[in-house]
Design a protein around this ligand. Structure first.
Ligand SMILES: NC(=O)c1ccc[n+]([C@@H]2O[C@H](COP(=O)([O-])OP(=O)(O)OC[C@H]3O[C@@H](n4cnc5c(N)ncnc54)[C@H](O)[C@@H]3O)[C@@H](O)[C@H]2O)c1
Length: 381
């Protein structure tokens, strides 16, 4: 098997998770990494056991690599992805794909023009029970979808002293909670249900209009403690919380709530699809079981067990029932499909989330922001 050589840009929280997942797939080698300075790249490369490091994407792209993973703050995704595609590299980009619809469109067009493989890391699709719910719905077991109710709740921005580049629109984009975690939730609900969101009505809240920004850099989720003199007061323009009512192309409705200030909810995506035959409920904090609700007989819990799954869902399950699979496994399963496509040299039949899915989330986010600003329903093209 030929070794596919990979470069990874951005080594904060999620970059190392990409590297770990890639190392679990045969025939792939992470040969080089980059950070925003060469010194930081050197330190991280040593920690991660990667030999070659660079202080810029331009130098990373000069390496003999086939594919690049972009794990930097959001504002850098567009330029980095564009440069990578121009250099002939396949691209796996973190979400959001870019910060505007126009940028997303340009990247999709360029990737298609160059005939390169493109993916956006909507990894939550790769929890085995998510695929199983999708297959059950495709086989008609859910029936007609009556409603979808979802939430994505976190608490890492609970205190006014919690601070991160995601709070700065120039680095993160104009939306925070919706773009950061709402995008995962909306990607998931369209993916499982096969429905499209046609109209949105949003209401945002900024719980902390002023936050205390650390005067020294702190990595996401690192949990480091600072003293009062280490902070500066900064005004916050983006949402910590949002509720969005949804209309779907089957004429039915739904609602999602996202919050990053919800004490005790660490990283909890919860989704409930109610159909004319049964209801499915699943939560990312207990991802190895799903609830199946019935009107006339007892409700059931389906545990993640490949021997109980539809055959179409088993390709993304590595372990037998009772041997729990979790967050790190989702990226491994997704990248396995992406690198199969890279080996075959075609996007045809791709099941993984592509730049088209990344663009879809940019469109939904922009319409949701517009709806919140105008305080009215907005159509999604
Ligand atoms: N799919 C998921 O589950 C998931 C989870 C977390 C983050 N993300 C996404 O991943 C991206 C990174 O998030 P994170 O939580 O890892 O952030 P982070 O702040 O922990 O890490 C970002 C890293 O990028 C580095 N960086 C900044 N400028 C750079 C440059 N010019 N070149 C190379 N590296 C540079 C930073 O120094 C830092 O190490 C974001 O777009 C975020 O939305 C996705």
């Amino acid at each position: 098997m030929d070794i596919i050589k990979v470069g990874v840009a951005g080594l904060g929280f999620i970059g190392p998770a990409h590297i770990e997942a890639l190392r679990r797939i045969p025939g792939i080698k992470v040969v080089a990494v980059s950070e925003h300075t060469e010194e930081l790249a050197r330190i991280k490369a040593e920690q991660l056991g990667v030999e070659t490091f660079h202080g810029s994407i331009e130098n990373l792209l000069k390496e003999n690599i086939d594919a690049v993973h972009l794990c930097t703050p959001n504002n850098l995704h567009f330029e980095m992805a564009r440069k990578a595609l121009e250099a002939g590299k396949h691209v796996v980009c973190e979400k959001p794909l870019a910060t505007t619809i126009d940028e997303g469109k340009e990247l999709l067009e360029l990737a298609n023009k160059k005939g390169l493989i493109h993916a956006v890391h909507f990894n939550i699709r790769y929890y085995p029970l998510v695929r199983q719910m999708k297959v059950m719905r495709e086989k008609g077991e859910l029936g007609e979808i009556y409603s979808i109710v979802g939430s994505y709740l976190q608490d890492w921005l609970f205190y006014a002293t919690d601070y991160n580049w995601r709070l700065e629109p120039e680095l993160s984009g104009k939306s925070k909670a919706v773009a950061d975690i709402g995008s995962h939730l909306m990607d998931l609900l369209e993916y499982i249900s096969g429905l499209k969101i046609t109209e949105v009505m949003a209401d945002f809240n900024t719980i902390h209009p002023t936050r205390k920004k650390p005067l020294k850099p702190v990595e996401t989720f690192s949990g480091k403690m600072l003293k009062p003199e280490d902070y500066a007061d900064v005004p916050i323009s983006t949402e910590d919380y949002a509720t969005v009512m949804l209309r779907f192309n089957n004429g039915n409705k739904g609602v999602i709530t996202v919050s990053q200030v919800d004490a005790g909810r660490k990283n909890r995506l919860s989704i409930e699809l109610s159909g004319s035959k049964e209801t499915y409920a699943w939560c990312s904090e207990s991802p190895n079981e799903m609830w199946i609700g019935k009107r006339d007989i007892a409700n059931r819990i389906l545990m993640r067990d490949p021997s109980l799954f539809h055959q179409e869902s088993t390709s993304i399950v590595s372990f037998p029932g009772g041997h729990n699979e979790g967050f790190p496994d989702t990226s491994k399963q997704m990248f396995s499909e992406v690198y199969d496509a890279i080996r075959k040299g075609t996007m045809e039949g791709a099941k993984f989330p592509t730049f088209e899915d990344g663009l879809r989330e940019l469109i939904l986010c922009e319409r949701i922001m517009e709806s919140n600003e105008k305080q009215r329903w907005v159509k999604v093209e």
